[in-house]
Design a binder for this molecule. Structure first.
Ligand code: SF4
Length: 349
């Protein structure tokens, strides 16, 4: 078994050559929270994000996939600068977020668009769409009134919120769920961001509009060379525009690879379970047994020893998986799995 660092391995491009400087780098990121019991002091530590590292390049789309409670939302908020890392760093364009002052954080927020899961909750109910889209331009931009009006119209047309004059005076409750999510996407795009963080952007939409919204995001990514961090529990939607996938379990990345490699040959037992859990619309297959693991994701306050998936794993190896913490093994080029099933492969630390 040979070892190298994960950062070195990740900054190799798909064909093995050194890649350009990343737009975003996470380095050994930990976001932990102290639990306090009133009057009794510390009650434990929630290890929501535990030693996560990856690079994201301009124009690249990645997906972070995992069940509720796996830490992906905390990871997203740490990337957005809403949580401070306990350890490690978030580096954007070579600048460490934790070293930015208030003015530089305002610059960072103009570079990163955020698409929320619940569009209705994300839009202020007492503002019309004209005002919702005008506010970020007033806060961050140095445009006059007419330039602002032009930019709002331009973005609305791009996200197909038309007819623009009809939509502008409406309030969020007067729009459909799909239109509300287009307003959220328009707001995220207003300031010409370099990166979009999309948190389950279609999970609250009707099935009929999900594909449209995913295709819209895909089109924006390609047109504007955007980096995208797409966060979801639903592996069936990642193929629309993600080039690499990171599978998260109990605060850790347990598998990462190019999307096609992961869908063709999932390595980690948890990833296989996630894929098995995708609903099959064919009624002919209703009787097919699905190899879904028993139990629930563990508490992040006191995660299991060794491999955190071991209490649920059908391939658990006694005297190993519960005692030792697996490294990121690389049984295929650029395809990493944190699992002892691949311990004969090269490993990164
Ligand atoms: Fe299962 Fe062991 Fe692999 Fe963990 S390390 S996923 S328990 S086989």
């Amino acid at each position: 078994m040979t070892t190298t660092t994960l950062e070195t391995a990740q900054t190799q491009s798909a064909n093995g050559s050194a890649a350009a400087e990343p737009l975003l780098s996470l380095r050994n990121l930990r976001t932990w929270f102290e639990l306090r019991r009133w009057g009794f002091g510390r009650a434990g530590t929630v290890r929501a994000v535990d030693d996560v590292s990856f690079d994201l390049h301009a124009g690249e789309a990645i997906a972070i996939v995992g069940e509720s409670g796996c830490g992906k939302s905390t990871l997203m908020k740490t990337i957005l600068g809403l949580h401070r890392p306990t350890e490690g760093s978030v580096i954007f364009e070579g600048r460490d977020l934790s070293a930015l002052d208030a003015k530089e954080m305002q610059w960072y927020r103009s570079q990163v668009g955020y698409v929320q899961q619940d569009p209705f909750g994300a839009l202020p109910p007492f503002m019309d769409i004209r005002r919702i889209l005008g506010e970020p331009l007033k806060i961050h931009g140095n445009m006059n009134e007419s330039e602002r009006r032009h930019r709002i119209r331009e973005v609305m047309e791009e996200v197909r919120l038309t007819p623009v004059d009809d939509i502008l005076p409406r309030f969020p409750h007067m729009l459909s769920g799909g239109q509300q999510q287009r307003v959220v996407i328009a707001r995220a795009m207003l300031l010409h961001p370099r990166m979009i963080v999309a948190d389950e952007p279609v999970s609250m939409l009707d099935m009929s509009v999900r594909v449209e919204v995913l295709r819209l995001l895909q089109g924006l990514q390609r047109t504007h060379n955007l980096a995208v961090v797409y966060i979801t529990h639903d592996l069936s939607t990642v193929r629309y525009f993600s080039e690499r996938i990171f599978v998260m379990y109990a605060g850790e990345i347990v598998e990462q690879s190019r999307m096609n490699d992961l869908l063709r040959n999932p390595l980690h037992p948890y990833t296989r379970a996630l894929l098995a859990a995708i609903a099959d619309p064919d009624p002919e297959n209703a009787h097919v047994f699905r190899d879904v693991p028993p139990g629930e994701p563990p508490s992040l306050v006191n995660p299991p020893s060794g491999c955190r998936f071991h209490p649920r794993c059908t391939q658990f190896m006694e005297n190993l998986c519960e005692l030792e913490t697996p490294l990121d093994f690389e049984p295929e080029p650029q395809h990493f799995s944190r699992c002892f099933l691949y311990q004969d492969a090269p490993a990164v630390s």
